[in-house]
Design a protein. Structure first.
Length: 279
C-alpha cells in the first residue's frame, strides 16, 4: 500500500475507462449471446462490433467511448451497455463515473413486503411469457421481477428501476414511448392518482408523485386535469426502442394482479401484428 494516499496499486481508480471496457469485453463469451457469429473468431471475448450491436448503437459511437472521447452519453445508452456487458452494480457505477463523471441515479427501493412476494413461481410465469416482455412491479411501480425479453427491450429494468420515474424523468422515454403525452403520460398519471386515492398512507406513492412533479414541471398541467385511470388491460400502444432498430412496434399492454396480493402488478407486452389504427 502506498503510504502517501492510502490506496493500493490495484485501486480501480487508477484504471482508465478504456482499460475497464476492454477487460469487460474480453471476459464475455460470445456463445452466451443469441445472434452473434462465433465461428472463425481470432480472439476471445466480445468485439467492439459485438458490444455496439448488443447495446443498439453504431460501432463508431461505442468505439468513441472506449477510446475515452468525451461526449453526451445518455443514461439509457450506459444502462444498455451495462446490460450488454452484464456488469455488476459496482461496475455499472464505475462505467457512469468514467463516461459522464457522475454515478447513476439512485434506484427506487421496492416496498419490503411486496418484494418478498416475488418468488420462483412468479418468475417462472414471467419466463413463460417469452418472447413477450413481462415484468412484476410493486405498488409504487418499482420493477421487482422481469423476464429476459423485458431486459432486452428495456435494459434499465435490470437496475432496480421504477417505471414511472423512467417514463417522466428520462429523456429517452419521450422518444421511445410513441405519442408519449397522450398514450403514455396521461394514462400513467391517472393510474398514480388512482393508486394514491386507494392507498393514501403509502409513503412510496407520495414520494413518487412528488418526485415526478418536481422533476418534470411540464407534467404539472396534465396532473391538474385530475384524470383517474385504473390499470390498462389490452390497450394498444407503440414503442420505438433501440433494439427494434428504428421500427415502431405496436403492443397490447396486458395488466394482471396475482390473487394472493394487492401490492403486485404483472404486466405483459404482447406484440401486435395489426398495428394502431389512425382513428
Amino acid at each position: 500500500m502506498d503510504s502517501r494516499d492510502g490506496r493500493g496499486d490495484d485501486d480501480p481508480q487508477d484504471e482508465s475507462l478504456s482499460e475497464l471496457l476492454r477487460s469487460w469485453r474480453s471476459r464475455s463469451d460470445p456463445c452466451a449471446f443469441a445472434g452473434l457469429t462465433v465461428r472463425g473468431r481470432r480472439s476471445i471475448g466480445l468485439s467492439q462490433r459485438d458490444v455496439a450491436r448488443l447495446a443498439g448503437v453504431s460501432e463508431r459511437w461505442y468505439r468513441s467511448l472506449e477510446r475515452g472521447n468525451e461526449a453526451n452519453y445518455s443514461a439509457d445508452f450506459l444502462d444498455r451497455l451495462s446490460s450488454a456487458l452484464r456488469l455488476s452494480p459496482a461496475e455499472r457505477h464505475a462505467l457512469y463515473l468514467g463516461a459522464i463523471g457522475r454515478p447513476p441515479a439512485l434506484a427506487a427501493v421496492p416496498e419490503t413486503d411486496a418484494a418478498a412476494e416475488m418468488d420462483d413461481v412468479l418468475q417462472q410465469f414471467l419466463d413463460g411469457q417469452s418472447p413477450n416482455p413481462a415484468y412484476v412491479s410493486d405498488l409504487a411501480w418499482n420493477v421487482i421481477g422481469y423476464n429476459e425479453p423485458l431486459r432486452e427491450w428495456f435494459p434499465w429494468a435490470a437496475h432496480q428501476a421504477n417505471l414511472m420515474r423512467w417514463t417522466f424523468l428520462s429523456r429517452e422515454a419521450r422518444e421511445q414511448l410513441v405519442n408519449w403525452r397522450e398514450d403514455w403520460a396521461r394514462p400513467y398519471l391517472g393510474q398514480i392518482r388512482y393508486a394514491r386515492v386507494h392507498h393514501p398512507k403509502s409513503e412510496a406513492l407520495r414520494r413518487l408523485e412528488r418526485d415526478i412533479l418536481a422533476g418534470s414541471p411540464d407534467v404539472q398541467g396534465m396532473w391538474d386535469r385530475r384524470e383517474v385511470y385504473e390499470h390498462v388491460n389490452g390497450d394498444l400502444r407503440r414503442l420505438k426502442l433501440p433494439c427494434h432498430r428504428g421500427r415502431e412496434v405496436p403492443v397490447r399492454v396486458i395488466a394482471l394482479r396475482p390473487m394472493r396480493s394487492d401490492r403486485l402488478r404483472v404486466t405483459v407486452l404482447m406484440e401486435s401484428r395489426r398495428g394502431v389504427s389512425s382513428g
